[in-house]
Ligand binder design. Structure first.
Ligand SMILES: Cc1cc2nc3c(=O)[nH]c(=O)nc-3n(C[C@H](O)[C@H](O)[C@H](O)COP(=O)(O)OP(=O)(O)OC[C@H]3O[C@@H](n4cnc5c(N)ncnc54)[C@H](O)[C@@H]3O)c2cc1C
Length: 497
């Protein structure tokens, strides 16, 4: 009988593992099932482009069914596992939890935003990790422009035109730079806002930007940001957040209605419910063959795995990057194939980063490839070429190139479509609307209900039975997935949980 290989998570790691298995395994030797909570893979390096309106949101995702040829896609949310019985527990979209039996399991469930207990952060901050969050930030900016345009009080208008990002890693720097670029285009449509001007600020606890890239490149990025008028506060922390202002560790209050939190990620919390050994960073402990310690038929890759890093002589863990996840996906596929005796032999994961690209919008980027450092337009051109080449399938590549080309000639669309896909029920057609029980729903001033951690700002009247997890929206099961885990997620306000 064919082996059953189950891959939990269809992101960078999971998709590359599935495609490699499809390619190398002899026909009929194994059944491959990919379990993912949405039917697409999010191409995160292009998320800032979606937030800035340079790319259509649909063009930064890869439909999994188009990419998988013989593997099955099971739409469902992994909620636990019983590894000693070879069972993965999957919650189906309608809420029922099923036991999925496997011979080999690859865990590739990624990560979520890591937040700290800063007063007000969970209630008022927006993450920048998922597609709903990226689109929410774009909508928030446009909504702030609309509100500010009708405001008489100059000080209040300035608060609506102030945008703060906390955390200067890849996601923060790219997100802030792209968003500011978008704002610089869009503000021409708002004469009063143009007189006041926008204020963009990056707050970073360390004394430099992007610890992941060499210091000279990070310095270039810093100069580029400051040259554009972006205030960069290094060695500064966020201390408190209120709905209309934030406080920094310096004691300074900054009036703002938009705080994007991009200060790091942590392994997806469901890995803590799977009975697997975890490292002190909360990632699944694996050896350099990507095999979970003590469980020879369970493997883990990507952001949720503590993979010994060959670049640090196996003393540290590989960083949470797509480059690593993809390559770990390929390695794990070969190792699973070798373990079931189908083909080849097991190999260690030995990848060392070959290059980095940080796209900063406005035809500017920094990059390092094979030891060569690039800046400015050449780096920007390289970054875009790299992403076009890496994006799976010609059809997706063509969409990227078309969006970028249209953006170059015609600029970006400034419509705020937060309501798309979420119509108010027929009983609640007003902006605030009513809840399912018919009671009025309080508006948050941004066209949505009063802030709820499981819901993106800018979304009107969401069905309260629907919860948002990462990129997925689910009808809440009865009983809930795991009441304790859910309570944690809500308490931490982490929309990606
Ligand atoms: C804004 C941003 C920009 C980035 N830019 C870069 C970059 O330029 N270069 C780079 O190398 N890296 C970049 N990264 C990091 C990169 O996105 C991650 O390291 C990479 O996605 C990790 O791959 P993964 O397979 O571990 O997880 P993911 O790609 O996140 O895949 C996890 C999958 O599991 C699914 N899932 C989650 N929970 C469940 C569940 N309970 N049940 C079922 N399915 C579930 C998710 O929907 C997802 O499809 C960026 C990240 C962000 C947020």
């Amino acid at each position: 009988m064919a082996w059953h290989v189950v891959i939990a998570g269809g992101g960078f790691g999971g998709l590359y593992a599935a495609r490699t298995l499809e390619r190398i395994l002899p026909p009929q030797s194994a059944r491959i099932t990919v379990v993912n909570d949405v039917n697409f893979m999010l191409y995160t390096p292009l998320l800032p482009g979606a937030a800035a309106g340079t790319l259509e949101p649909r063009h930064v995702v890869v439909p999994l069914r188009e990419e998988l040829s013989s593997a099955d896609l099971r739409l469902g949310s992994v909620v636990g596992a019983r590894p000693h019985e070879n069972v993965l527990q999957v919650q189906q979209p309608e809420g029922a939890v099923e036991d999925l039996h496997y011979d080999h399991l690859v865990v590739a469930l990624g990560s979520i935003t890591r937040i700290f207990p800063i007063p007000g952060l969970a209630e008022h901050g927006i993450g920048f990790k998922t597609l709903p969050e990226a689109i929410a930030i774009r909508n928030r900016l446009l909504r702030c422009f609309e509100i500010a345009e009708n405001m008489e009080d100059g000080r209040e208008r300035a608060a609506y035109l102030t945008f703060v990002f906390v955390g200067a890693g890849y996601a923060g720097v790219e997100g802030l730079a792209e968003l500011q670029d978008f704002a610089a285009d869009a503000i021409d449509l708002y004469p009063r806002c143009k007189v006041t001007g926008t204020r963009f600020m990056m707050v970073e606890a360390r004394d430099r930007l992007m610890g992941e890239i060499p210091a000279p490149l990070a310095d270039f990025a810093l100069r580029e940001l400051r040259g554009r008028g972006i205030e960069v506060r290094l060695s500064t922390q966020l201390a408190e957040v209120e709905s209309d202002r934030i406080r920094l560790s310096t004691g300074e209050w900054i009036p703002t209605h938009t705080l994007a939190w991009t200060a790091g990620v942590k392994a997806h919390p469901v890995v803590g419910e799977m009975g697997l050994p975890l490292s002190r960073t909360g990632r699944i402990e694996v050896d350099s063959f990507l095999q979970v310690k003590g469980l020879p038929n369970v493997w883990a890759i990507g952001d949720n795995a503590a993979v010994p890093d060959a670049a640090q002589k196996y003393k540290g863990e590989t960083p949470p990057t797509a480059q690593h996840a993809m390559r770990q996906g390929r390695t794990v596929a070969r190792n699973v194939a070798a373990t079931i005796g189908a083909v080849g032999r097991k190999r260690k994961f030995t990848y060392k980063t070959l290059g980095v690209f940080v796209d900063m919008g406005r035809s500017q980027a920094v990059a390092q490839t094979l030891g060569i450092r690039w800046r400015g337009r050449p780096a920007w051109f390289l970054a875009r070429t790299y992403h076009v080449l890496l994006m799976p399938s010609m059809n997706r590549r063509a969409r990227l190139i078309t969006d970028w080309t249209i953006g170059l000639f015609f600029g970006r669309d400034a419509s705020e479509l937060g309501m798309v896909g979420h119509p108010p029920g027929l009983h609640g057609q007003s902006s605030g609307g009513t809840g399912e029980d018919g009671t009025p729903v309080e508006s948050d001033g941004f066209g949505g209900r009063a802030a709820s951690p499981a819901q993106e700002p800018g979304e009107p009247g969401i069905d309260p039975g629907i919860v948002t997890r990462g990129n997925a929206r689910w009808r809440e099961a009865k009983p809930a997935v795991d009441p304790a885990a859910d309570a944690d997620a809500v308490e931490s306000g982490d929309p990606a949980a």
